[in-house]
Each structure stands twice: as C-alpha cells, then as structure tokens.
Design a protein around this ligand. Structure first.
Ligand code: TLP
Length: 347
C-alpha cells in the first residue's frame, strides 16, 4: 500500500535501527542517558537555543511549553486552525488551565495588524494578560504553509514589546527551513521556545524536542515529569533521533518536490482539486466530484492508496521518506481511474 495519510507513518531507516540497537543508554530520569543528552545538545545547537528536552510527542512538547511559560490569570493567543488549539484535545485549557484567545488566520498566519490590535486591547485592567503567543510553521491545517521570516520577526518584536513569549509549534519546522532555504535556527530565533517532531518527515519512530532558554527548559523538565513523560533508557529513541537529524533533513526537499508533482497531476485532472503546496502537505478538495471524501478513500484504498478523509469533501495527502516518484505516479493514476467513473455516475 502507498500510505499518504501522514508523514508520521514513516518507518525507521536501517541506519536508525542499527543506531537504536547499539545505543549507549542510562536512566534519563536521573539525567544520565548519554544518547538523550547528546540529542538534546544537538537539537539545542541546531535551533540556536540554550537547552532542549526530549519528549514522547509533539502534543506533549506543546503543552509543556504552555505550562512552562504561563500561570494563573494568563491567556494564550493562538490562530484558529492551529494544531495546538484544534487537535490536541484542549490540553491548554484542561491540563494547563490557561484560557486562550483564538484569532483568525490567513494561510496559517494571524494578520499582523489584527495581532497588534488584539494585543493593544489587552492593556485594559479588566482583561487577561496574554502571556504566550503560539505560532505554527509549517502550518498543518493551512496546507503545510510556511510563515515568512519577516512576519516572524515583526510578530516577535511586537510580542517582546508587550512582555509576551512566543512559542512555535514547529512539528515540521525543518520542512519550513528547507522551503525557505535557511538553517532552521533562522526560524527558531524568532521564538522563545520551539518544538519539532523527529517522528514526522524526519522519519524517526518516536519523539519530539522542545528547545528554549535554560530556565524555561528546567521548568519544562518538571512539567514533563508531571505529565508522565519522563522516560528511562530513552537513549534507544534518541539514537534514532540523532540519525534523523544527521541524515533526514536535506532529503525533505524530495518530499516537497513530490508533493508539488502530485498537486500538478491532480490539478491536471481538475484545476480546483488542490492548491500548489509549499511543502509536503496537499489538501484535495473533491467537491467538484460526485463522490464524498470517504467514498474516494474507499476506492483509492482498493487501488492501493491509503488515505483518510479530512472532511466530507476533503482528503489530506502527505509525501514522506517512504513515498517514491513511482508511488506518486501510481497515486495519480488511481485518482485518474476513479475520476471518470464518478463523473459518469453523476451524469
Ligand atoms: N500531526 C499529525 C496528527 O494530527 C494526526 C499529522 O498527521 O499531521 N503540531 C503539528 C503541526 C502536528 O501536525 C502534529 C501532529 C502535532 C503538533 C502533534 O504531534 P504528535 O502527534 O507527536 O503529538
């Protein structure tokens, strides 16, 4: 099966499996797993931050960042389709106890002027204090869009001026860096804290890393313990993460090229099926067809393509390390073969 559901479906590479088998380990609860320590150091250095913390998931990384940078009476500002708001089970409110102000975005970015007026309006004594602004790049629900560097710089300056910390959910920040053609630290410099996932396009089996200032990461380490995320010989996971950072970043460009080719092929079938992606995520809007998204997924499944409905009419497709050029051709052929059948049914 050609699995386009997500880049989380990637399997560890042979080099990762070998590194996992050979990993030097210790009890990370005591801070003495050398592989975890090496991964945290490497991640912090790559992102240009003082310190880093390995966590089991991106969700735990994000909620840990919220815990570490907010308190009672604070609120979080977040874009309305952000993963942390829409897809992380309301953890900011139910676990961290922090209310959030949800702001509409365009391609994943809250317009700067809107942010400015929202923050200015917070100055009244009856309002909550916005302590944290959460950004997301690449932005999943917006179609893997990349926040521009000048936008990040302006937003960070605004936030800093008002004593607001910035957290980037950078689950796919390496995709963003590749798309922008800059080292990832150029993105991360515009945030106080940033999480990235080893387990998505980078292909590692498990793990996300939260990077930030020493003092925040110290707090985050306590929060991770509270959430049950302190692991023990997690060096077996960190070893794969190190291989991911060493070998899997540059190749993300292939995923972007393939997503682009996939989108072009779909647009050739029907021009309004999808937008041209900036990175590795393609949302296909099948409204012009007479089949629903679940029906499409069922038929594509029969043709060897695994995907999931995103809404009644949309399917989300992701390219990743286990998807080849031939797989993209096969996916396009499957779409093409289902399309006329559907049209004739409509007629
Ligand atoms: N995204 C997953 C799941 O939502 C299914 C996916 O397939 O895209 N931030 C962003 C932007 C994400 O896309 C995800 C996961 C997370 C955070 C959470 O990461 P995990 O799954 O490790 O908790």
């Amino acid at each position: 099966m050609i699995d386009l559901r997500s880049d989380t479906v990637t399997r560890p590479t042979p080099a990762m499996r070998a590194a996992m088998a050979a990993a030097e380990v210790g009890d990370d609860g005591y801070g003495d797993d050398p592989s975890v320590n090496a991964l945290e150091r490497k991640a912090a250095d790559m992102l240009g931050k003082e310190a880093a913390l390995l966590l089991p998931t991106g969700t735990m990384g994000n909620i840990t960042a919220v815990f570490a940078q907010t308190g009672r009476g604070d609120e979080v500002l977040v874009e309305s389709t952000a993963h942390i708001y829409r897809t992380e089970q309301g953890g900011m409110a139910s676990l961290a106890g922090v209310p959030y102000r949800v702001l509409p975005g365009v391609r994943g970015a809250v317009p700067f002027e809107r942010l400015q007026s929202e923050i200015a309006g917070s100055g009244y004594s009856t309002r909550l204090h916005p302590a944290l602004l959460c950004l997301e790049t690449t932005h999943n629900a917006a179609g893997g869009t990349v926040l521009p560097l000048d936008y990040l710089a302006a937003v960070r300056a605004l936030a800093t001026e008002h004593g607001i910390a910035v957290h980037i959910d950078g689950a796919r920040v390496f995709n963003a860096a590749i798309a922008l053609g800059v080292p990832v630290a150029e993105i991360a410099q515009h945030a106080d804290t940033i999480t990235f996932c080893l387990s998505k396009g980078l292909g590692a089996p498990v793990g996300s890393v939260l990077c930030g200032p020493e003092a925040v990461i110290r707090r985050a380490r306590q929060t991770r313990k509270m959430l049950g995320g302190t692991m023990r010989q997690s060096g077996v996971l960190a070893a794969a993460g190190l291989v991911a950072l060493d070998t899997m970043v540059g190749r993300l460009a292939d995923d972007h090229r393939r997503a682009n080719h996939l989108a072009a092929g779909l647009q050739a079938i029907h021009p309004s099926l999808c937008e041209t992606p900036e990175t590795n995520i393609v949302y296909v809007d099948l409204a012009p067809s007479s089949l629903s998204a679940p029906e499409w997924c069922q038929r594509l499944g029969t043709a060897g393509i695994t995907c999931k409905p995103y809404s009644a009419t949309q399917v989300r497709l992701l390219t990743h390390a286990d998807i080849s050029d031939a797989d993209i051709e096969a996916a396009l052929a499957a779409f093409q073969s289902i399309w006329p059948a559907k049209q004739s049914r409509a007629a």
